[in-house]
Design a protein around this ligand. Structure first.
Ligand code: KIV
Length: 270
């Protein structure tokens, strides 16, 4: 069972290699390469649909892509994102939407934010749905956060993220994605909770790392409406295809670099 394997890996201290995945062909490649966790991320709104953000991704999009990934990777842990509007309003609706994702092939659901979302996490976990939280930069709140900005830079905001992580851990989440936070904060959080931390722009001290597939192979050049020359990749991105000869090799190189802690390096961290 994929979730049992996750527990074994966490206990052994081995770093977890997670990748975003949206279809069966890549899912199969990633499973064959030994990727620990596949994330059907709502980043698909940007990298597949060409939008400027993730705000228009629906449950229908998420279940369609989750089914495709589950078909290609029957033996790998699959986490599916709950899109904007599918979990914030009431816990019962969150539960129904989480069940829809689980029935589509996900083993765990992920949603963004701390605070009031802690009770949503508890509600789902108590009803048997494994949950991954997502703290730090939360793309569904991009308008409220004023753009793609590193979070937890001031002592107050760092304390808030740490408190949210501890509360999510208490609520029983299995994993917490930490996006664009200082490496020192991610290190403190990882040492303070039982849940696994998965970093993206959060330094090397997390329990594991996640990268968007299109970033790993260096093909994402911004929203469909913008010129590639207007796009700058975030600091945490490394193009593994540049260093290898095929997509399969690039995926394997990413997994190896996560496991031997050579990725992320200082230049990929804040
Ligand atoms: O949607 C996504 O791909 C994500 C990752 C960036 C963590 O949430």
């Amino acid at each position: 069972m994929p979730l049992n394997r996750l527990q074994t890996l966490i206990k052994s201290g081995e770093k977890l290699a997670m990748l975003t995945c949206y279809d069966a062909t890549y899912a199969k490649l990633m499973e064959l390469a030994g990727t620990d966790i596949l994330l059907v991320g709502d980043s698909l709104g940007m990298v597949l649909q060409g939008a400027e953000n993730t705000l228009n991704v629906s449950m229908h999009h998420m279940t369609y892509h989750t089914k495709s990934v589950a078909a290609g990777a029957p033996n790998t842990l699959i986490v599916a994102d709950m899109p904007l509007g599918s979990y914030e309003h009431d816990n019962e609706a969150a539960y129904k939407n989480a069940v829809w994702l689980i029935r589509s092939g996900a083993h765990m659901v992920k949603f963004e934010g701390g605070g009031a979302k802690v009770e949503t996490a508890r509600y789902l976990v108590e009803r048997g749905i494994p949950v991954c939280a997502h703290l730090g930069f939360t793309p569904q709140s991009v308008n409220q956060l004023g753009g793609y900005k590193i979070q937890g830079k001031t002592p107050e905001s760092a304390q808030q993220i740490l408190a949210d992580a501890k509360a999510m851990d208490d609520a029983g989440v299995s994993m917490i994605v930490l996006e664009m936070v200082p490496a020192t904060l991610a290190k403190d959080i990882t040492a303070s909770i039982n849940a696994a931390t998965i970093g993206i722009g959060a330094g090397v001290h997390c329990s594991g790392q996640v990268l968007v597939l299109q970033d790993l192979i260096g093909i994402y050049t911004g929203p469909a409406s913008k010129q590639p020359s207007d796009f700058k990749s975030p600091r945490f991105v490394r193009n593994f295809l540049k260093e290898t000869n095929s997509i399969q090799e690039a995926i394997s190189a990413y997994i190896k670099a996560v496991k031997d802690k050579s990725f992320p390096a200082k230049e990929h961290s804040y």
